[in-house]
Design a protein around this ligand. Structure first.
Ligand code: FAD
Ligand code: SF4
Length: 409
């Protein structure tokens, strides 16, 4: 464990005492966001005291937190800001030597390992899986490269990453990297100043359509030919879901062939009402959807994010982002089809997948396609299920994105 000075220790004890005293709600006993809770983990800690202000589903405050983190919020006269958030630069990248078993090429794990081994941070919040179940998330604060590596690959389920926050103060950590998805990072940014850290770095991934563990089983059972042997899946830029199985084989299923009618209720209500697909508040975002097939997509939001990326520049190849095609008709047509739960016969879905892959949106236009499709769907969901939340919960940039389309009532 890292040595801590008496001054730091008393500062940390002071923080703990403050939170314990301030605690009005018992950790873990309470989920004020109710069915919209994404299990981000905050309510499992004594920071539950801040939940009303901090929870992404109770208090949407993305513009204020962007200004706090990046020095400015989105410029609403710039469409790239609507879609991708505050950014200094974007690029496509992939590791020269991919990490085996990573979700894509392992850029996230590599940055985390470099930051730890060079002493930039003393710990990394990331999520491993339990021994019994490869898809059951187990958040940890990693203190060795091996522990970071063991957290590689997505656990495609709601994960209480912030549940480890109490351990920060207990262990005296002062420099921390947190890896996480948008709702976790929103709550983290809201309590950042209470954590007693000297330095916090945030490495985010985009996130959409997450599920509970039971929801994941339903998705696998209805979509894969062999649900029990799936070790990995991803919705990819070629409009197919790619599954990898234990024996190394790959299975692909076209998006348009998904059993939409059965899958409609599978996604968590939190994810059906989320408008932070691109992780607005991370310093650096690593995903795939704005990059060509096989490449990862990198969004540098601020100077801290640039420094994190600079650490691995000699281990990756990069190319500029590109944009091709026009998504608008495809999005408009998919809105009523999804709403009615239309499922195409598999031969038609495959055909449509092939056509759309040839002429469809690519690069940043694919990312816009995915953001438009999800934001229109989620806007309708909030309007129908939580009309009283619509005005304050949907950020202005998302209202402008949704406003480009005709929606059913
Ligand atoms: P790796 O080196 O394999 O590391 C993956 C990291 O993800 C690990 O550090 C782990 O701690 C963290 N992680 C795993 N599961 C979770 C979880 N449930 N919650 C929080 N952190 C987790 N990118 C897109 O462009 N579009 C998407 O629609 C999209 N959806 C995603 C949905 C989910 C639930 C997740 C977790 C990620 C999603 N991503 C999406 C990001 C993308 O799939 C890759 O995670 C990212 O490109 C990093 O790949 P990598 O090979 O560098 O990661
Ligand atoms: Fe608490 Fe997080 Fe759930 Fe909000 S999303 S109620 S902060 S655990």
């Amino acid at each position: 464990m890292t040595a801590i000075t008496p001054a730091e220790h008393s500062d940390s004890s002071h923080h703990q005492a403050k939170h314990r005293k301030a605690r009005a709600l018992k950790p873990g006993s309470h989920r004020p966001a109710k069915e919209l809770c994404s299990e981000c983990g905050l309510c499992d800690t004594y920071y539950v005291h801040y939940v009303k202000e901090a929870c992404a589903f109770l208090n949407q405050q993305i513009p204020a937190l962007e200004a706090q983190t990046h020095g400015r919020s989105r410029d609403l006269s710039n469409q790239d800001d609507w879609y991708f958030g505050v950014q200094q630069q974007m690029m496509a990248a992939r590791k020269l030597q991919p990490i085996e078993g990573a979700q894509w090429t392992g850029i996230v794990s590599t940055i985390a390992i470099e930051m730890l081994t060079r002493g930039w941070v003393e710990g990394v919040v990331c999520v491993q899986n339990t021994k019994e179940d490869r898809f059951q998330p187990m958040p940890i604060i990693a203190r060795t490269p091996e522990e970071i590596l063991a957290a590689r690959v997505n656990k495609p389920t709601l994960s209480p990453n912030l549940s480890v926050l109490e351990q920060i103060e207990q262990s005296g950590l002062k420099k921390l990297l947190v890896i996480g998805v948008g709702c976790q990072i929103q709550a983290l940014r809201a309590v950042e100043k209470e954590l007693g850290l000297e330095k916090l770095y945030v490495l985010g991934t985009p996130c959409v359509d997450n599920v509970t563990r039971a929801g994941l089983q339903k998705f696998l059972d209805t979509t894969s030919r062999s649900p029990d042997t799936v070790v990995y899946y991803e919705f990819m830029q070629d409009f197919r879901v790619h599954f990898k199985h234990e024996d190394g084989s790959t299975e692909t299923v076209p998006f348009f062939g998904l059993k939409t009618n059965q899958l409609k209720d599978v996604f968590a209500p939190s994810c059906m009402s989320c408008f932070d697909y691109v992780n607005s508040l991370a310093d650096l975002v690593v995903g795939y959807m704005g990059a060509p097939f096989g490449w990862q997509w990198i969004v540098v939001r601020n100077q801290r994010g640039q420094e994190m990326l600079d650490l691995v520049m000699d281990q990756i190849e990069t190319q500029p982002v590109m944009s091709q095609g026009d998504r608008k008709n495809a999005v408009q047509q998919s809105i009523p089809a999804y709403d009615k739960g239309v499922t195409l016969p598999m031969w038609a879905a495959k055909l449509m997948g092939i056509v759309i892959e040839k002429i469809g949106p690519k690069g940043l236009e694919y990312a816009r396609f995915s953001i438009d499709s999800h934001f229109t769907r989620n806007y309708l969901y909030v309007k129908r299920h939580h009309p009283e939340k619509l005005e304050a919960h949907v950020p202005e940039y998302a209202k402008r994105i949704v406003g480009q389309y005709k929606l059913p009532d």
